[in-house]
Design a protein around this ligand. Structure first.
Ligand code: DOR
Ligand code: ZN
Length: 486
């Protein structure tokens, strides 16, 4: 009997990309796992072979921020269409947001979502809702399958009320001892509500009024606030869709102090600015808003420096009709992105704004680490899941909204020339995209990453001040003790 497992696939002659180096190797896959990475001559016989000469193997992208709208808004997206978009974008794992209908703040709502996710092409985590009303249900939501939480501190699609500061502190007190990370949409809701009100009353309906309602100070203030609460409690924090240059110093300082905060930005904040907003209007309306050009380069610099950890997309589909209304306030916020992220970023690699190794760190390695998946995902090595994007760095094309897998066939990237595409995508050893085409039989192959999630040891702080700790009178203190000197 052979000691080798039966090998299903050998990918031959590729260049394997890790954050530290790029090396020529072949990769053997048995079942869902990579079983060997090495010289072509050392590869075991396999049922199937794929020649990847001249191509690069990247650990599949892990997108920490998608909205698949299911349950609730099947006219915008479903798990099947959204995850098909992921598969065709070289994305092998997504983390999905709780502003569905119903919002993912009860076990019942979570079960509806898990049911919908049974049609997923790619693996997934679910961010549960952290709000005033869900504080008492965090344990049961974790038990039932959420991997992490999301707090909508800034108002956005779905109009979920922002958690009060008190509730956020209590939420962090509950999650810090569990080591669970909370995603925060960090904008200040009350500033934005007042400004939007003034703008509407003044008759502003133009595209830039949206930015005027949500200036960078909203992000600076909210990041400062949530960092304070996370640092105090020792809770793990993740800043969603970081957009402003001005708030980076807070994150840099917090990281230097050892706060466990991870940060994502999105291609739109790196590559687009108010000039594009003037050109595209409501199509480009999203939260946080597209900002002035002066923000673009500092976000790249922050990625290079490690202040921003990763690229996510905030894939937020709406219908073309919902995106193109004449009044900016009537245009829904967000647009699809999970399928276009990789070609857009590979184009920037081809332009030498970053290396492929940098890209892999931002698209896969760092998100895998943030969500407790590293080793199983985020790496091409024996023992890891065979989650692989096979990439052609030479292939050129033009992004076309009509060809997107997403139901939302409207994109600010429409017509943009790119160089660098994923050709094949494998999720746990199975092709979900092959030769640029969706493998439709693979619908339903994706599964929750909950069972492989291993968050590092929790580091709660100031636990003696936690709400739970102050509810009982300390041993030996008479209950009617008066302060001395009175
Ligand atoms: O523009 C946005 N759209 N930003 C968000 O934070 C949410 C998203 C959505 O769900 O449509
Ligand atoms: Zn979002």
């Amino acid at each position: 009997m052979s000691l080798r497992p039966d090998v299903d696939l050998v990918i031959r002659g590729a260049k394997v990309v890790s954050p530290d180096h790029i090396f020529e190797a072949s990769v053997a896959i048995a079942g869902e796992h990579i079983v060997a990475v090495g010289h072509d001559d050392t590869m075991p016989p396999a049922r199937q072979e794929l020649s990847a000469k001249g191509l690069y193997l990247l650990p599949g992208a892990i997108d920490s921020h998608v909205h698949f709208r299911d349950p609730g808004y099947p006219n915008k997206e479903t798990w099947k269409s959204g995850s098909a978009a992921a598969a065709c974008g070289g994305v092998t794992t997504v983390f999905e947001m709780p502003n569905t209908k119903p919002a993912t703040g009860t076990v019942e709502a979570l079960n509806l979502k898990l049911k919908a996710a049974e049609s997923s092409y790619v693996d997934f985590g679910i961010h549960g809702l952290l709000g005033d009303d869900t504080l008492d249900r965090l344990d049961e939501l974790l038990e039932a399958g959420v991997t992490s939480f999301k707090a909508f501190v800034g108002n956005t699609f779905g109009n979920l009320p922002a958690p009060t500061d008190g509730a956020l502190l209590e939420g962090f007190e509950k999650l810090a001892p569990l080591g669970i990370r909370t995603v925060v949409h960090a904008e200040n809701s009350s500033i934005m509500a007042r400004r939007q009100d003034h703008l509407v009353k003044a008759g502003r309906i133009d595209a830039l009024a949206h930015l005027a309602a949500r200036p960078a100070v909203c992000e600076i203030e909210a990041i400062g606030r949530v960092l304070t609460l996370a640092e105090w409690t020792g809770a793990r924090l993740h800043i969603a869709h970081h957009s402003a240059a001005d708030s980076l110093y807070l994150l840099r300082d917090a990281k230097r102090r050892g706060v466990d905060v991870t940060v994502e930005t999105c291609p739109q904040y790196l590559l687009l600015n108010t000039q594009d907003m003037l050109r595209l209007g409501g199509i480009l309306r999203l939260n946080p808003p597209i900002r002035e050009q002066r923000h673009n380069q500092p976000l790249w610099d922050a990625l290079m420096e490690g202040v921003i950890d990763m690229i996510a997309t905030d894939h937020a589909p709406h219908t073309p009709e919902e995106k193109t209304r004449p009044n900016i306030w009537d245009c829904d916020c967000g647009f699809p992105g999970v399928e276009t992220q990789m070609p857009l970023m590979l184009t920037e690699v081809n332009r030498q704004r970053a290396s492929l190794m940098d890209y892999v760190r931002w698209s896969s390695v760092n998100p895998a680490k943030a969500w407790g998946l590293y080793g199983t995902k985020g790496v091409i090595a024996a023992g890891a899941h065979a989650d692989i994007a096979v990439v052609d760095m030479d292939r050129t094309g033009v992004l076309s909204q009509g060809k997107l897998q997403s139901i939302s066939k409207i994109s600010p990237w429409n017509g943009r020339a790119v160089q660098g595409y994923p050709l094949h995508t494998l999720v746990r050893g199975r092709f979900v995209m092959r030769d640029g085409h969706l493998v439709s039989e693979a619908a339903g192959w994706g599964k929750s990453v909950k069972s492989v999630q291993r968050m590092p040891k929790p580091q709660p702080k100031n636990t003696e001040h936690y709400t739970q700790a102050i509810l009982t009178t300390p041993e030996g203190l008479p209950t009617n003790a008066l302060p001395t000197g009175t």
